[in-house]
Each structure stands twice: as C-alpha cells, then as structure tokens.
Design a protein around this ligand. Structure first.
Ligand SMILES: [Zn+2]
Ligand SMILES: [Zn+2]
Length: 176
C-alpha cells in the first residue's frame, strides 16, 4: 500500500492524520511464512516540518501465529508496533547527507510504502525467544514425542562424567 504524501509536503506545518488498512496477510522471516490472523488499521499522522521534510508517527497491532522454539506448537503472538520516521520529499532527498538516508528507505517518489515500513518494524520487534510456556519440555530428540504430553520411555540416560573419562581412556587404548 502506497500513501501519497503530495498533500503533506505541500505546505509547512501541514498535519494529515489517517487510518489505513494493512494489506499483508502473511509475513516471511528467514524463509518461513507466518500467518497474520488479526490486525488493526494502521493509524498514522504526518506533520510537515519544513524544508521538504515530514515527521511520521504511527501505530498498528497485529497478531501472528509463530511456533514454539522447543516443541514447535503454534504460539499466538501480538505485535504492538509504535513507530516514527523522518520522511523527505524527493525534491530535497538528493541534497541530503548520508545520515538522512533512513527516511528515504520507504519512499517511492511522493509516496511512502507503508507495507515495507511495517515489515521492517515487525523484523525489529521479532521476539528473541518464542515459547508456548516457560516450562515447555520440548520434544524428545530421539523419538520426536511432545514431552509436555508425557514421557516417551526413550533412554535419555546421561552417563556419569567420571564414567565418560574411563570410556575415553578405553577408547584411546583401543586406537593404539
Ligand atoms: Zn512448547
Ligand atoms: Zn522419545
């Protein structure tokens, strides 16, 4: 979705407020496609701050189905995104120094690509850890059973470290 900002850039002090619907229904992160199950309209305010620049402030909430890092079960995650961005009109963007480049990332002529901006916000706010529960036991590495549903009976015996040393010596001797 492109929002045309010709009107916003037309005069200094101009403030334009609007609600726009987010078009994306899925989100791809590291080759995995996640489904967006719910989303609010994006509420956004543009304020012309002069010299071909505009300050943007926005908010959107969206719900996505992620999967538990331990057991892979679906985990419903809500992204509550508040963002600001400094935008520049294409008329002045050529004269800008390097440090203003950020504000140009989402501009296409006189329009801002709001979908790209939100995609970027989702990535920045991606949870570092996704768990269905803090106490999730995960899945058995041997048989793949969900250990939250009970023990699987696999031999998960961890050898006594002292025994491991003896075993190493034994193996070392065997190699000779
Ligand atoms: Zn889990
Ligand atoms: Zn098992």
């Amino acid at each position: 979705m492109l929002i045309n900002l010709t009107d916003v850039f037309s005069s200094e002090g101009k403030v334009v407020q609007m609600q726009v619907d987010l078009e994306m229904v899925t989100y791809e992160n590291q080759h995995v496609t996640y489904t967006i199950t719910d989303k609010t309209p994006i509420s956004v305010t543009f304020s012309n701050t002069g010299n071909g620049k505009a300050h943007m402030e926005g908010h959107v909430k969206l719900t996505m189905i992620l999967s538990c890092d331990r057991c892979l079960k679906d985990v419903i995650h809500e992204f509550d995104l508040s963002f600001t961005e400094e935008l520049v009109s294409p008329e002045v963007s050529d004269d800008l120094s390097e440090d203003m480049e950020d504000g140009r990332d989402f501009m296409e002529g006189y329009s801002i690509n709001i979908e790209d901006l939100i995609s970027n916000e989702i990535l920045i706010n991606w949870p570092t850890k996704v768990l269905c529960s803090e106490v999730c036991k995960g899945i058995c590495k041997q048989c793949g059973k969900d250990l939250n549903e009970g023990e699987c009976g696999c031999d998960t015996f961890v050898p006594d470290p002292r025994m491991a040393v003896i075993k190493d010596i034994f193996n070392a001797n065997k190699e000779v």
